[in-house]
Design a protein. Sequence first.
Length: 415
Amino acid sequence: MSDIIQQASKAKEAAKQLAQLSTNKKNQALLAMADNLLKNQKFLIAENRKDIEEAIRQQVSSALIDRLTLNESRIEGMAEGLRQVVELTDPIGQILESWERPNGLKIEKVRVPLGVIGMIYEARPNVTVDAAALCLKTGNAVLLRGSSSAYQSNKAIVSVLHQSLKESGISQSAIQLVEATNRESAAQMLTLNQYLDVLIPRGGAGLIRSVVENATVPVLETGVGNCHVYIDRYANPEMAISIAINAKTSRPAVCNAAETFLVHQEWAKMHLNQLIASLKEKGVAIKGCEIAQTYDRDIQLASEEDYYTEFLDLTVALKVVSSIDQAIDHIETYGTKHSETIVTDDQERAKQFLQRVDAAAVYHNASTRFTDGFEFGFGAEIGISTQKLHARGPMGLPALTSSKYVVYGTGQIRD
């Protein structure tokens, strides 16, 4: 039996215990995790530094190094996320619906855990904590397979989480790290139907596509974020520029950062030069259409591929459009159904955009950067789903549950 199968088998056993834990027991473990992360900050940062030094040797991009980096602020954020999950309502055991049939049968639809969740993810060590927290709160065991780039960080984090589980009297098999980071380990997880109830890939387009195309285990697909900001002809210029700059530059390496700006030609005539100047001031490289190039000679001509690209750095595609219809058509063609926003003072045009654009999150006069479990009040997220079955958008606690029907009778038999 391979190491991964042994871990998955232990996870399946642990899931039986987790499903029966009280809310109080789970919350005690989550609080212990938060406390122990803070107590072990120096250890975690030192181990993370090993990953960062290796990434620098491998000449990894600065954007990916940013996603990889742990510091005191981010560890405090991870601990705060755990505490927020404690404050959230435990969904397990919730009665979603109940009714009585004419024959006297009483039926309840009740939330239950999914069972064992497999996570395959890249770079960001905070995902380790988010996944562990949400899975524990929902009574699920989790098998974590991070990338080699974050190996030391993930190993250190899981060791701290294991310490917390031990202190709380919960099986350490509830949260396990697959230490093999080769392709074979990921490929093996894709077919562990006997042990895993669902797989969640979280990372770049290549990883997600590989999991979706090759897994026999059911997949909750998290999506690539080719997000757009459409600045309508009736957009307030100060608001539009503020939202665009935030969506692109506040943290460019994350999936809810904007990658393309669509600007109505009438707004462009008055305000595009100001937007371009603000982008250049922030160090953003602009790849634009031929019309956009007429506003600034430094703008490179955008290729077809650029409009499909999730840059994940300080690069943005810029297209001047003649109508809201052209903007929506562009999003439909190039978008990844993640997060899209319109900036406009015209309520009817905003309503049209919100109704017609097909994405997990659509915004009016707000940055795409809010598509996040923490910002939505979920405490944390296990990923942002861009599919339509089971879950969509930031996946918090309810997304990690299923349901079963509990039926109460008094001796009824069917004719």
